[in-house]
Design a protein around this ligand. Sequence first.
Ligand code: FES
Length: 906
Amino acid sequence: MADQPRTNDAEIKILVNREPRSARVDDDTLTAEVLREQLGLTGTKVVCAAGVCGACTVLLDGEPVVSCLLPARALADRAVTTVEGTAEHPVARAFAAHNALQCGFCTPGFVVEATALHDRWRAEHPGEVPDRATVEAALAGHLCRCGAYLEIVEAVQAACAGRFDDPGPPTGPRREAGAKVTGAAAYTVDTRYSGQLTGLILRSPHPHAELSGLDLAPALAIDGVRAAVSLAPEDGVLRYVGQPVAAVAAVDEPTARRALAAIAPRYVSRPAVVGLDAARAPGAAEVYATGRRRPPNAGEGAGATPAPWRGNVHGPAAALSVGRRKARQRLDAARAAGDPRLVEAVFTTAAQSHTTLEPHATVAWFRPDGTLEVQVSTQAVAHVAADLARFTGLPKDKVRVRAEHVGGGFGAKGTMGTETRAAVLLARAAKAPVGVAYDRMEELTDGGYRPPGRIELALLAGDGDTLSALRVAAYADSGIATGTLVAGLARLMYPADAKELLDYDVVTNTAPGKPFRAPGGPLLSFALEQGIDEVAGRLGRDPIVLRRTWDPHPPRQRLYDWAATLPAWRDRGELPRTGRFRRGVGVAAANWLYLWEHGTSVELAVERGRLVVASATQDMGTGSRSVLAGTVATAFGLDPAEVEVRLGDSRLPVGPLSGGSRTTASIGPAALAAVARLQQRLAQRDQRARDLVDGRAGDWRAVLAGVDGLRVTATRPPDDRRRARSVASPFAGTGLIGLAVGTMMRYTSKLHAGRGSTGAVHVAEVEVDTRFGHVRVLRYHAGTAAGRLIEPRLAEAQVRGAVIQGIGWALYEERALDPTTGRVLTAGLEDYRIPGIADTPEIDLHFDTDGFDHVPGGGVGLGEVATIPVAAAVANAVRDATGVRPYDLPIRPDRVLAGLSGAVTA
Ligand code: FES
């Protein structure tokens, strides 16, 4: 929205979803603004505000247009169709049935665009089904960060085939699919309270500066400005471009922008460092030169483990090492002897921005009764409520945090963020509801990223079938944050008695990194799994056979067997490896922790004969609703649609944070415990229920029909200890190490690392264009071991999405910074490249469902382990195709060509 005075204000008539409507527009009004703000059609989402992502697509006289760029004047006397207007279209039903969505934030744009394709296609090609390329071409302008592309193609093809012509509400395996495909699902950015103000944040233009003056009075003097607050850090030192300085709340966005411009903070500039090399250079300016170092946390852990500081370097954290001296001695001896079984290389990885399509957003309101009500786009309603109680000094029962739908998280929304702090401070000062939502530049600057790293690897194969020694030194650039864990994760795979694992945080004058889907895991995998491949090549061993020999993890053993029999792997010797287009196949394996949260509670009630399951957790597209509904429905012999689910509200019984793949492993067993308790209570009062509990025939519906107001709550029980004893622990024989990992990995003291670990074995097929350096993933095979699939269709979607995000990190994604100021250069979706529909290969899935019998329900989370090995598998495939090993991510065309030219060495 421009902040110039508006001109040529006029009323126009529009036919919106077949209803005559009117709107006031001027020269600056955009179509999305009219639809969302004036007509209340919030199904239309604005993401990039630049016509890049397609989320805001609507139909204008039947043709798709991007409403974030289209001047609203163009709507005069024309027909507009939004996602609310396509709710009864076959495409909406197909999307729901084919699970062609996760968080659902991109879904309205996809659905609207697909209806146009559907109608055109069926008129021109009756009885035919469009091929994948046709669907991709039509939807090429749309981005889905969750990676639902393959399901979207299937849905569109099924709709075009006429399989969803019968009228009816859209339903599918995802509990809330109907709301998401029709635009009814309300996200935080859709929240509008009466009298709600717009909050904006003033950010530092300096990479490193002391704030010597901040006068908010000029902003407050502007008509329409209701509040202005400081967001400056306690020590008054700003450490990156984009760091919050102050925030304002005003009656509308243009007024708030004028208020920001009126604030003229005084800064005393300091020298800054950007990038690992600059920060580690002798005499480098120190990011934390003064005061007590209190960096934010970039990891999933409780914070950085104790380690020395040297300038900007915090580390090494080495607690997960074993036989450090032995490792050094063996590696030194092998190096001196020129032992070919020693692989040494340095790998670098790029920063990957989370890029959730719903930005960080909060609406805060101090209600007249003294309670603080906050809508937040968060992965942690219960935890943010607790944080807010501490922040405001209010009693816990006076703070309510809600998040009915969350447009993606991936780790970026796991804690109370600046947007929440700003909204709450402003709401208190203004005595009115205030909404703060990051724009895309803020999101890509300060919304979070996977820290980039430099990983030094030394790997020595032993005489027998063992790994002899391993050294991993990982340097992570998390901006002003610390707490990464990369090298230490190598303790959990490929056992050896000599591992030196060193983690260093290097602080720089850039925004803090945040945990991103399996934090640290993909970085280690990129280095370690290429090292394994390299040594396999030197030993003349099959890379899968070598892994199977070195890696005793039982579920992964089975996955190796599966991978070895894939035709793509078996026949890889026949692929073309000369000429312009060369093909190769790569493999990589991964390990991840099985985590669950102590104290997770689930309430199960019967309300007027209907089962209602509730927990203060949230669903950011990962399927918490469906897990709860499915678990309860299965136990009662019902359809999941018959079970009502309540979540996304901190007033419900406390539920888990969605991070560390813990949600399913926490709420599933708690729901089962609640089911058992409720069935017992029903059995106490009804013979039919006693019969059903005893395994005799009957129908729970008949029992429930006469019940109202019965309510039980159960907490997540511990695992079956007797069965757990037989499960290989990732920390077996290393109690101290288990404690160290447990401490590092916990968000709160409630996080529990369970017995056993999840596994993945992936096989990638790629084609490399040796003239232009492009790498294309042709087909991908993902084997996952995480026990029984609680909701199979959703689990499949999670794995595909994780693979697609991994391909993005492997080939395209790179958060680029100005090397002097650290300013983010990839601050829009036109510059920060996430995978599109045409970048998505066919993804074959395989699940090993054994190994978690000790967990109630038999299955655990899998959203993280499935992204860890992707870049390594792709890199190994590129090496197989070209003979050139990629050491740096992303595997850009220029790097491929440099490698082919012989200009790159380890
Ligand atoms: Fe597409 Fe989440 S479902 S962005």
